[in-house]
Design a protein around this ligand. Structure first.
Ligand code: ZN
Length: 63
């Protein structure tokens, strides 16, 4: 087993909607498109571990 494979830190994504879709970003790390409702202003993708946080201000600032 290769020792140089590192697990990427879970990504945090700020969104301005309480319903988000995640497909893991496509490619090798991708997964089927799934939708999440942000309860308590956050949700974590069960496939890729990305964390979605409801924060319209930060969502607007991201590229
Ligand atoms: Zn995902």
């Amino acid at each position: 087993m290769p020792a140089d494979t590192t697990t990427p830190a879970p990504e945090v994504i700020y969104v301005d909607k309480r319903r988000v879709a995640c497909d893991g970003g496509g490619g090798a790390l991708g997964h089927p498109l799934v939708w999440y409702s942000l309860e308590d202003d956050e949700a974590v993708c069960g496939y890729c571990g990305r964390k979605f946080i409801f924060d319209p201000e930060k969502a607007a600032k991201s590229p």
